[in-house]
Ligand binder design. Structure first.
Ligand code: ZN
Length: 691
């Protein structure tokens, strides 16, 4: 099973799913690529990234990022290119050096270093992988072929769920905090079963969507042919697979519907679960995944499970096997020989995201080790890159921004005293996690072999599956992290009520200890404010200080919030993503509200931090101008049209341009910093403000 980035986790940028899986083809020319032993320095305010010929009052994004966009074309192995993406690649090259070194050594390694080195070595051994073809998958495919009755499906699915990192095998099963009691971890049965990235890919009726479905069918067919099926057989199989997936997609919630946690909370006991899907042998399934005694479940989408029951009943066992065989091969294609890797890349990365070239193998292997043994690799990263000074400074900035939010809530005119009391309690309950976890995850039980690449992947996936399931019924570990330390991203988790800033994101050009406060408060301060605001966006505000789904708002205050958030929703609904596709601003609402609130809070915190100091102009810019330029430069990016199109459906974040321009038009501080006049594009008449 695959740990889903759960809905109540809101990050600053899109988390690219299945990093290893979304890659392949003729490997990008890796000749110039070498590991690095020190991270390169780029200042958090970079004059060469600007386009001073643009007017900041007309298009601030072009003004601050025009140079960057011109100087940084999208590499052929990337779907987009951004300041975040570039830093992530630098981190990967740094990790590459560590892993290459650990892979070469055979003595003097700690047990953890041995796991890391051997995992990487097995992944890099392309000749061995090539020679094996599809054979590492044989036992799994044989197990599917061997079942004789539908009753045997539950044991089979349980086995496959444990060791495959996919959401595609009919449904998802794992654990999470009980929405009603955040201290309890219960079983979660979620929707899944699709091969395309979202249910909308099946339901949309426009020409482009139909074209993508046709290409998907052709891809499924080719992949099954790669497995040895004849073209005619594979074509029929693809149609069967599409029919089942389509039925599951129609019964799945949209991403906007999923933003309301009430739509995803249906607590049941085992009998309730059995009633939804009487044809599925849950007792055997639960026993096989190792949680035979569990009796509390959240069925996030009951309607989906009713449809699952229909599919299990109405399809022949042979058709169900066709569907399962496809999902096992597509989930593992990136770990097989080049024919599988290439076919997987051609559809998921090239067709859907526009990539021109398969990322080089080293990059795919670094991403995989980060995904599977992330806190082991993270220890090596932190030891070499992350100092106590940065941790201390980031924590201080966080506390200042929390104080700014405290003062903001305190003086709000639209919120009544009862709601304020609860809001402040929630704010003070936020746990700040900076850099890396206090306690490192122990991967000691994962068997890693230098000559068994797919086996390593499946054993590490199974380790994670069991780790998730073992949490059920145990005390909640509030120290856990949902991102690995080298990650260039940050998140807020509404059920944990914590904000998390991995070491990977607290580096230049995002956090720059060499520069003064203005760009740092604009950039990293804005991100801290962003994550904090998520606790109070359309989704986060429905959870209380302890992380329980509980309405702590008076009716009036709730209506006041909705009204203010609607201003942001209406604003972003006007923006074009690509071609004729506009932002689905009900999907991006939480992120857009967090962007705006975050920068307002960061601005206040910066004022406090620099109070009494005489701030000077630098490079011809006032301190206020440098605050806003520093902010905007985190978001410099270039995007492929295919990627924009996919993100319009799947990504809750607006494109970078609107995360800058759509935000500054709402801030009077920006207007005065650049002397913009009323009526200019970067000045909005009726400004939105939520927090
Ligand atoms: Zn966010």
């Amino acid at each position: 099973m695959k740990t889903r980035i759960h809905l109540v986790v809101a990050a600053i940028v899109l988390i690219s799913t299945a990093a290893f899986a979304q890659s392949t083809g003729a490997a990008a020319s890796a000749d110039k690529d070498r590991p690095i032993t020190a991270l390169p320095y780029t200042p958090s305010l970079d004059l060469s990234s600007m386009d001073k010929s643009a007017d900041p009052c007309v298009d601030f994004y072009q003004y601050t990022c025009g140079g960057w966009m011109k100087n940084n074309p999208i590499p052929p192995d990337q779907a987009s290119w951004s300041v975040y993406g570039k830093l992530a690649q630098d981190n990967q090259r740094f990790l590459w050096g560590i892993l290459e070194d650990l892979a070469k050594k055979t003595t003097g390694r700690t047990p953890v270093q041995q796991q890391l080195g051997d995992y990487f070595a097995a992944c890099m051994d392309e000749p061995a992988i090539e020679k094996l073809g599809a054979s590492p998958l044989k036992s799994q495919l044989d197990a599917i072929a061997a079942i004789k009755t539908k009753k045997e499906l539950s044991a089979l699915l349980a086995q496959q769920h444990l060791s495959n990192a996919t959401e595609g095998l009919f449904f998802n099963f794992g654990s999470n905090q009980d929405f009603a009691d955040a201290n309890q971890v219960i079983a979660f049965a979620e929707a899944g079963g699709l091969g395309l990235p979202d249910r909308d890919y099946y339901t949309k009726t426009d020409d482009k969507s139909k074209e993508i479905r046709d290409k998907y069918l052709a891809h499924v067919q080719r992949m099954l042919q790669t497995l040895g099926d004849s073209p005619e057989v594979a074509k029929n199989e693809a149609a069967t697979i599409m029919r089942i997936e389509n039925a599951l997609a129609q019964a799945s919630l949209t991403r906007v519907e999923q933003r309301d946690p009430h739509n995803l909370f249906h607590k049941m006991d085992r009998n309730g679960l059995k009633k939804l899907t009487p044809d599925f042998d849950w007792d055997t399934y639960l026993k096989t995944v190792g949680v035979g005694g569990v009796d509390a479940f959240n069925i996030t989408e009951p309607k989906f499970y009713q449809e699952l029951e229909k599919q299990l009943q109405s399809n022949s066992l042979d058709d169900i096997k066709v569907y399962l065989r496809w999902h096992v091969v597509t989930a593992n294609a990136p770990y097989l020989s080049s024919a599988f890797v290439k076919e997987n890349f051609d559809f998921y990365s090239h067709t859907l995201r526009g990539l021109e070239q398969l990322p080089p193998r080293w990059k795919r292997c670094v991403r995989l080790v980060d995904r599977e043994l992330g806190e082991a690799l993270g220890q090596e990263f932190v030891r070499r890159t992350f100092g106590d000074g940065t941790k201390k400074d980031a924590l201080q900035m966080t506390r200042q921004i929390e104080q700014a939010m405290h003062d903001d809530i305190d003086q709000l005119t639209w919120m009544g005293p009862e709601t304020k009391k609860q809001a402040l309690e929630k704010l003070h309950g936020v746990v700040n996690k900076i850099g890396y976890p206090d306690k490192w995850r122990d991967y000691g039980s994962v068997v890693v072999r230098r000559d068994d690449f797919l086996g390593n992947v499946q054993r590490s996936v199974a380790f994670e599956s069991h780790r998730q399931l073992n949490k059920i019924g145990k005390p909640l570990d509030r120290g856990e992290w949902g991102m690995t330390p080298p990650t260039v991203n940050a998140y807020y988790n509404g059920q944990m009520n914590d904000i998390n800033f991995p070491a990977g994101v607290l580096q230049p050009p995002l956090y720059d200890p060499k520069l003064d406060d203005a760009p740092n408060y604009g950039n990293t301060g804005g991100t801290i404010g962003h994550e904090l605001t998520h606790g109070f966006d359309d989704e986060g505000r429905q959870f209380d200080a302890k992380g329980n789904l509980r309405d702590w708002w008076t009716k009036d205050d709730s209506a006041q919030f909705e009204k203010r958030a609607q201003c942001v929703v209406d604003q972003y609904a006007q923006y074009v993503v690509v071609d004729d596709i506009k932002i689905n601003s009900k999907l991006t609402e939480g992120e857009d509200v967090a962007d705006l609130g975050g920068l307002i809070l960061a601005y206040v915190a910066w004022q406090v931090q620099t109070k009494g100091q005489k701030l000077e102009n630098r490079d011809g810019f006032t301190p206020d101008q440098r605050f806003f330029i520093g902010y905007a430069q985190w978001a410099c990016e270039n995007q492929r049209p295919e990627n924009l199109r996919a993100n319009a459906i799947t990504d809750p974040h607006s494109p970078g341009k609107y995360r800058v321009n759509g935000l500054v038009i709402n801030m009077p501080e920006f207007q005065s910093a650049f002397g913009c006049k009323a009526g200019q594009p970067m000045v909005r008449e009726n400004r939105c403000r939520v927090w």
